[in-house]
Design a protein around this ligand. Structure first.
Ligand SMILES: NC(=O)c1ccc[n+]([C@@H]2O[C@H](COP(=O)([O-])OP(=O)(O)OC[C@H]3O[C@@H](n4cnc5c(N)ncnc54)[C@H](OP(=O)(O)O)[C@@H]3O)[C@@H](O)[C@H]2O)c1
Length: 336
């Protein structure tokens, strides 16, 4: 079968097309014909850091998020059947309960083989049925970006009428917009692109701000919210955004610390956190139980992930370059 591998080479040269024998499911495992995969910002880092990362094996199959059809099952598989349409779980060992180091180590596409292959084997509990109304590409968008947004917004109570701020128009942020609207919240959206701002409005953002032209975007947000601030911020920016986030979070509000697209090092004004009684919550994707709950909501509301485009399998490198260019709105996928 054809697979993409990440090897110890600089830049996108680390991504190479290879041939491997088709895997066979052992006891408790399922074999899946992969039909689609979705890229995350993390996958860019895995590929680009491969040559300097001593923790990474000599070669791994990249990408955590995939969808396909079960074509064979090993012995002792109870809840999955041949023919099931499934998606991968980002951390197959995080079934429920709090995250632990062991569960985190099971994440796909970095220390363990991922899904960018014609066939993949997963533990039975490491796959979950796709909502029936979704294409394979749409379903592949769920395991990391959607579940991260869902975990962030459901961990603490988000009342209808609340205000949620999303940063940018990547995968996590657009899922957060869609879920926040499901929960009856209003959404403020940032983007660095005038064209994407039009699309944010079409998706229902009630206030949009260009973070390139309005560098102190906390100010218009405070004006818009009548001096109160926002209830929940989906923080994917990091270095360049956290200070503004702390300025426009409301008293008692929550900032979900999720990403670091502008850098991971920040100087924080501790006073603004304690004096405003702000909760900073670290979010790392989510458990299988959360995934099931999220899929129930997606199915009930026929929610459609925003997929920007899907590249053919052979063009995985072009897909990575496209994600890096940040021209995308929502998810970038690969059809296998
Ligand atoms: N903790 C977790 O479990 C978890 C899970 C998934 C992702 N993440 C992290 O979350 C971040 C986003 O991931 P993703 O997959 O959604 O990425 P993505 O699809 O590549 O989107 C990144 C977006 O960030 C926006 N952006 C860039 N600079 C910005 C700035 N200064 N202010 C506001 N927005 C800015 C851009 O939006 P515009 O193009 O509209 O300007 C860009 O499209 C990454 O750091 C990723 O590693 C964490």
């Amino acid at each position: 079968m054809k697979v993409w591998e990440v090897v110890k080479k600089p830049g996108f040269d680390a991504l190479v097309l290879a041939q491997k024998p088709e895997p066979k499911p052992k006891a408790g495992e399922v074999l899946v014909k992969m039909h689609a995969a979705a890229l995350n910002y993390r996958d860019l880092l895995v590929v680009k850091d491969a040559s300097n990362d001593s923790d990474m094996p000599e070669s791994i199959i990249p990408l955590s998020d995939g969808a396909g059809e079960v074509v064979a099952i090993g012995s002792n598989v109870k809840d999955v059947e041949v023919g099931d349409r499934i998606t991968s779980c980002f951390m197959p060992e995080w079934i429920e309960g709090p995250l632990t180091a062991k569960k985190q180590m099971s994440a796909l596409g970095y220390l363990n083989d991922g899904v960018l292959a014609e066939y993949s084997v997963f533990p039975e509990k490491g796959v979950i049925r796709c909502p029936g109304h979704l294409s394979y590409e749409e379903a592949a968008a769920l395991p990391c970006a959607a579940l991260t947004a869902w975990n962030a917004l459901t961990r603490r109570k988000l009342l209808p009428g609340s205000t949620v701020l999303i940063q940018g128009t990547g995968g996590v942020s657009l899922f957060a917009l869609q879920f926040a609207k499901l929960f009856g919240a209003r959404v403020i959206g940032l983007s660095g692109s005038a064209e994407k701002i039009i699309r944010l409005k079409e998706l229902g953002a009630c206030l949009t701000i260009n973070y390139r032209t309005t560098v102190d975007w906390a100010r218009p947000i405070m004006e818009f919210t009548g001096g109160i601030g926002v209830d929940h911020i989906i923080e994917v920016g990091g270095s360049a955004t956290l200070s503004n986030s702390l300025s426009c979070i409301r008293y008692g509000g929550t900032i979900s610390i999720i990403g670091q697209v502008t850098g991971a090092t920040v100087q924080i004004d501790l006073g603004s956190i304690l004096a405003k009684d702000v909760t900073l919550q670290g979010i790392y994707v989510g458990s299988r139980k959360m995934f099931e709950e999220m899929n129930n909501a997606i199915t009930l509301h026929k929610l459609k992930p925003v997929v920007d485009r899907s590249f053919p399998f052979e063009q995985a490198r072009a897909a990575m370059e496209y994600l890096e260019s940040a021209k995308h709105f929502g998810k970038v996928c690969i059809t296998i």
